[in-house]
Design a protein around this ligand. Structure first.
Ligand SMILES: Cc1cc2nc3c(=O)[nH]c(=O)nc-3n(C[C@H](O)[C@H](O)[C@H](O)COP(=O)(O)OP(=O)(O)OC[C@H]3O[C@@H](n4cnc5c(N)ncnc54)[C@H](O)[C@@H]3O)c2cc1C
Length: 554
């Protein structure tokens, strides 16, 4: 993806759809529309997946918690919602197998009744998945439970239940959607903000003013329809289109911690079934670490929510309650916070409750199509419903959706053990080969070719992590990475695993970026200092000790 080409297209072409927001939803809409032959432009204010779509628990699920609620209230709509998620799970696992896989999850039980209760509920979960079920759930004895998660707290343990869902690399999955959309003709642009609409006299949208945040230049995108896929920020765009609309979004903050792998020490995730505030918490094996989350607190709309000390304390309390592991704040290697885009019922609806599903709204005055609510797992369905609605608006309903069986970039020709070819043909270590294979799928060969042409790019970016310098060059050339957070967070994900490792990698990554993007010395120094300050701000907000600093580049 060559940004100047995409920028030129956005400035000069006329589109059928202009999608605002490059998270899971907007990227999904862009891909669906491009596959149906529409001319599409995708505009993202920060970077692809910079907001909620990279801050999730990374589960592809129907939601066992929602199932319990459905059961208790005998709520048929809720059952349907769980089933929808379970059916969508199949497409995510199938279309990007390098970025997703089935995950075993275990819930410890403190009594025989709990085992029976959870076990029965999970059989219903299996039944709702029907032919799309991954593996049947089952009850485990205490010995079997401990064999799966040896660090599980033994006190009061009366066995467990085991079930299966999916896990995805959320940020790279969103990027794969963007790349696939671009491959099918969509013009895609990150670091470009939608700032105002051009309208006809009767308020119909005809164009969008966009600011290129890299150059500061403002330009106009012409399109027949505009789709608002800005997640938690949806009301801002709705009001730009039509100030008479009532707000629909409520946001809630959720955080995650990253702890060392040895804390969970298992390939099976742990589901804490009930917290004091009636939630569930997950401890999940994640890229050689333990991911713990999440919380659910009412929040203000904020582009950069951060992990706070109280949230660390809250989550670590549950780690200690459920695992026989010594764990303290000093074990926190990284963390991240996101905002759930929760949708409230329309003011004229019977109930003012939160809508649990997604909704496509077409504003009759402006013609803006807003896709709101939903979850990562259902992005494909949300995109399909949105494009169906757009086609109705455009009077072109004859184009059926194509996304159910659309392999994403990196998935073509992918086999789970294909990484072996990287070790045999390119003499890579198994750890690095597996890492590249999971991050880039079959595009891992292109990463490795860069390292082959310049052997110094085989160097690891940080000790104890499998990331190599060639990845930086690859994402600069092919994935529209333009800033240090684009590379260290959204493309590689190192920042979300280990803040200290991101700090250690900073001088090398900065110098590679300076070379690749032709930064001046002053720009290089500024970029590095800003990124270092960003890492420190994350530690300060979590009240963790400062990082050990490396020598700077410039
Ligand atoms: C803590 C947490 C855990 C979660 N866990 C799961 C899970 O395990 N499984 C699951 O299925 N779902 C999960 N979810 C839900 C899921 O992550 C979200 O539903 C999904 O990511 C929302 O995607 P989105 O594209 O709608 O929003 P976003 O990802 O927020 O994307 C909206 C984009 O719009 C951009 N934007 C905003 N304003 C403008 C503008 N003016 N111009 C251009 N662009 C703009 C933003 O920069 C942003 O990138 C979780 C959510 C949270 C918060």
């Amino acid at each position: 993806m060559h940004r100047p080409t995409h920028l030129h297209q956005a400035q000069t072409d006329s589109f059928d759809l202009c999608v605002i927001g490059g998270g899971a939803t907007g990227a999904g809409v862009a891909l669906d529309a491009a596959l149906r032959g529409l001319r599409v432009c995708l505009i993202e204010r920060e970077d692809f997946a910079a907001q909620t779509s990279s801050k999730s628990t990374k589960l592809i699920h129907g939601g066992v918690r929602y199932l319990e609620q459905a059961f208790k209230k005998l709520d048929w709509e809720q059952f349907k919602l769980v089933r929808k998620g379970l059916w969508e799970r199949k497409y995510l696992l199938q279309n990007a197998p390098h970025l997703s896989h089935p995950l075993a999850l275990l819930t410890p039980c403190a009594s025989w009744f709990e085992r029976f209760y959870f076990g029965t509920g999970l059989k219903l979960y299996d039944a709702l998945a029907g032919r799309h079920n991954l593996q049947p759930s089952r009850q485990l004895s205490t010995t079997e439970a401990l064999a799966r998660i040896p660090t599980l707290r033994k006190k009061n343990l009366r066995g467990a239940v085991l079930y299966y869902d999916g896990q995805l690399d959320d940020a790279r999955f969103a990027l794969a959607l963007v790349k696939t959309a671009a491959r099918h003709g969509a013009s895609v642009l990150n670091h470009a903000s939608a700032i105002s609409f051009g309208k006809t006299d009767d308020g119909r949208l005809v164009s969008l003013r966009v600011q290129d945040d890299l150059s500061g230049a403002v330009f106009t995108v012409k399109s027949r329809l505009f789709v608002n896929a800005t997640g938690p920020f949806a009301d801002g765009i709705r009001l730009l289109a039509n100030p008479a609309l009532s707000p629909r979004m409520r946001v809630s903050k959720g955080v995650h911690l990253i702890l060392p792998e040895k804390i969970l020490d298992s390939e099976t995730a742990l589901l804490v079934p009930k917290t004091s505030d009636g939630r569930v918490i997950f401890l999940i094996p994640w890229q050689g670490h333990t991911l713990v989350g999440t919380t659910d607190t009412e929040a203000q709309l904020h582009a950069d929510p951060a992990l706070q000390r109280e949230e660390i304390t809250y989550l670590l309390d549950y780690v200690r309650q459920y695992l026989d592991a010594e764990v303290s704040e000093t074990d926190v290697q990284a963390g991240f916070a996101g905002l759930r885009p929760l949708l409230q019922a329309a003011p004229d609806a019977d109930t003012k409750a939160l809508v649990r599903d997604h909704e496509v709204e077409v504003d009759a005055t402006s013609g803006l199509v807003s896709i709101m609510g939903g979850k990562w797992t259902t992005y494909r369905l949300m995109a399909q419903d949105t494009v169906d609605e757009c086609l109705r608006e455009l009077g072109e309903t004859h184009r059926p959706a194509q996304t159910e069986n659309q392999a994403l970039t990196g998935a073509e020709g992918y086999t789970p053990d294909g990484w072996n070819a990287l070790t045999t043909n390119f003499a890579l270590s198994a750890v690095i080969a597996r890492h590249l294979w999971k991050k880039y799928g079959t595009e891992a060969f292109d990463v490795v070719k860069i390292a082959q042409a310049q052997p110094e790019l085989s160097e690891r970016l940080a000790a104890g992590h499998p990331f190599i310098a060639a990845e930086v060059v690859f994402v600069l050339r092919h994935e529209m990475a333009l800033t240090l957070p684009d590379v260290l967070a959204r493309r590689l994900g190192l920042e979300w695993l280990d803040w200290q490792a991101a700090e250690s990698a900073l001088p090398l990554v900065t110098s590679l970026m300076a070379k690749g993007l032709k930064w001046s010395e002053a720009e290089t120094r500024q970029a590095e200092a800003e990124y270092r300050a960003r890492l420190e701000a994350l530690r300060t907000s979590a009240r963790l000790a400062p990082l050990t600093q490396q020598k700077s580049t410039a």
